[in-house]
Design a protein around this ligand. Structure first.
Ligand code: COA
Length: 540
């Protein structure tokens, strides 16, 4: 693989302007991450109460379990942003992947300082998503349970449907049966749904004084049976470890519990992060030849000005080395082989609109990766597939469909990063959420919608005016319609709107892309090779 030769002038005014604009995006990201981690109205009081009870904050808990000085890849930190009156930071739950004795585990940890750790709809979505990540990547799950169960005011959005609370228990039981350890530490009054998480775990530790498990808490027991009982008498660590057997171990402190948990992890017989099975080609990694921080100056501050996908690739991959596939054909998609943290991957990146040729090139490339068992990385930045009569006559619908079909049926691990626009069916062909990439991250400059706000404003205004069938419409009324549509599209395509709803697994600084993809690939490399379909490579 040859090194990419960058054409970026880091001293140019445009580079400096872009960098400055990106710094502003990162400041916003940072502020909002702070909201998720420690901010939010009424949080101070509940944090204080939590600490007064001798309890440890959720991210510190995770820190105490994971290996010292190892990364924790947190998912969807900004879930819930802008929803529920912006009063449920991070949706009240922290999920991610961390290492224990070198073995990666998914963590699902309730944040009891947010609505008593009860689960709002986005919390359930996050919980279930974390379990799906565990299932696909063969990871055990550590549950740090401190939850009042379903968030009762929104029970109809949490309780009955397929991927609601029931779906999380279904997954937990099946993950265990798949041989993936399900381990719980009980750190609060876990009621109803909150109680089934430990009850369905393979091994359970309860912390004395703070941990409780009850199908119905003391108020429910009083209402139902007239029995007056304290939380500890009803379902404390002593009751469940010494009498009912719901719990296997009790610990006097959280710290002791995490030591015990790490002891359990030492016996789970899972593959470590470095236990590569060899089916993904691997060599010693080398850093990119170009500084990843330059990505901030390459992404255009004005999203109507395109930027070159190859320049992005040069700042993510090992040694900035890249073997482009069909470089002379279908230039609005860049495909090629490269390595990320030593792992051999096929990259597919947009350079604007997807034309028929680009779609066919990408399809051919996906088939090659599938045949050679090489994971795929998609870098999305497209306004979608080309429209217009020339394009239609050239068969864009069937050519785009080939790409969509190839992506859907590829059995190798797929990863997606939204580095710019993710519009229309471009989102699908480039392995958007609906196409089950193993992990999907987005940059804070990204946009996701059926179409860009500029286009939507024209299209929808025309449709609306057409519907009025010639009725008199004043200039002001037309301007109002336009402004309303623009506002809707701008709001809904905003990356914070997307990440709040878990359309991605988190917003990342572009500089983190290489490490995040490297860790994601390392998870796959320790698995057995996924079963493949027939390796058909059709020339397109
Ligand atoms: N639904 C909605 N809100 C809930 C909740 C739930 N299941 N569980 C807790 N909360 C909220 C409380 O209303 C309170 O909100 P506020 O901060 O806006 O006042 C906050 O979480 C903290 O609850 P609080 O009871 O003060 O905390 P605690 O640490 O003393 O007790 C629980 C925690 C979980 C033991 C207790 O809140 C409880 O028993 N909740 C109800 C559990 C339940 O019946 N669940 C049934 C689920 S099907």
């Amino acid at each position: 693989m040859r090194p990419i030769e960058s054409a970026i002038d880091t001293g140019s005014a445009q580079f400096k302007d872009n960098t400055k604009a990106y710094q502003a995006l990162l400041e916003t990201l940072d502020e909002r991450l702070q909201w998720a981690i420690s901010g939010g109205p009424n949080r101070e009081q509940s944090i204080e109460r939590h600490l007064d009870r001798g309890k440890i904050l959720v991210r510190d808990r995770i820190d105490m379990v994971t290996d010292i000085a190892t990364p924790f890849l947190e998912f969807s930190t900004l879930s819930g942003w802008g929803q529920y009156d912006n009063d449920v930071p991070g949706a009240g739950i922290v999920t991610g992947v961390g290492l224990v004795h070198g073995v990666p585990y998914v963590f699902i940890a309730n944040d009891a300082t947010v609505k008593g750790g009860s689960l709002v709809p986005m919390a359930i979505k996050k919980h279930v998503r974390a379990q799906d990540i565990a299932a696909e990547n063969d990871l055990g799950v550590i549950y740090l349970v401190d939850s009042g169960g379903a968030f009762l005011p929104l029970q109809d959005e949490i309780f009955p449907d397929k991927d609601h609370f029931g779906g999380s228990f279904y997954r937990q039981a099946r993950l265990s049966a798949q041989g993936l350890p399900q381990l719980s530490v009980v750190l609060g009054g876990c009621t109803a749904g909150g109680a089934y998480v430990p009850a369905l775990s393979d091994e359970v530790i309860m912390v004395e004084g703070i941990g409780g498990i009850f199908l119905g808490g003391p108020p429910i027991v009083k209402a139902a049976l007239g029995e007056i009982v304290s939380p500890d008498e009803l379902g404390g660590a002593e009751v469940h470890t010494r009498i009912s057997g719901v719990s296997d171990y009790m610990a006097a402190t959280e710290s002791e519990a995490y030591g015990r948990l790490r002891d359990i992890c030492a016996t789970t017989n899972q593959r470590s992060i470095e236990d590569r099975q060899g089916w993904i080609g691997w060599v010693e990694p080398e850093p990119p030849a170009y500084d990843p921080a330059e990505l901030h100056g390459i992404v255009s501050a004005d999203d109507r000005i395109p930027f070159d996908a190859t320049e992005i690739i040069a700042r993510i991959v090992d040694g900035s080395r890249f073997s482009p596939f069909k470089p002379e054909w279908g230039s609005s998609i860049v495909c090629g082989f490269t390595r990320i943290w030593g792992h051999l991957v096929g990259v597919i990146a947009n350079n604007g609109i997807i034309f028929s040729e680009s779609a066919l090139k990408a399809t051919h490339f996906i088939e090659l990766c599938e045949q050679r068992r090489i994971p795929l990385v998609f870098l999305q930045n497209t306004s979608g597939y080309m429209v217009g009569s020339d394009s239609e006559r050239g068969g864009i619908a069937k050519n785009g469909a080939k790409m969509v079909s190839a992506v859907a049926n590829a059995t190798v691990p797929k990863y997606t990063v939204l580095i710019g626009g993710s519009y229309g069916a471009g989102n699908y062909g480039m392995c958007g959420r609906g196409f089950n990439p193993r992990l999907l991250f987005a940059w804070p400059n990204s946009r996701i919608a059926t179409m860009a706000a500029d286009t939507a404003e024209t299209v929808l205004t025309d449709i609306r005016l057409g519907g009025l069938k010639g009725a008199e419409t004043t200039e002001e009324e037309i301007a109002e319609i336009r402004a309303g549509i623009r506002h809707q599209y701008e709001t809904q395509s905003d990356p914070y709107h997307a990440t709040s709803r878990l359309w991605d697994d988190g917003l990342i600084d572009p500089v983190q892309t290489r490490d995040v993809l490297g860790l994601s690939l390392a998870l796959a490399a320790r698995q057995d090779e996924p079963a493949a379909g027939p390796a058909l490579v059709y020339r397109m």
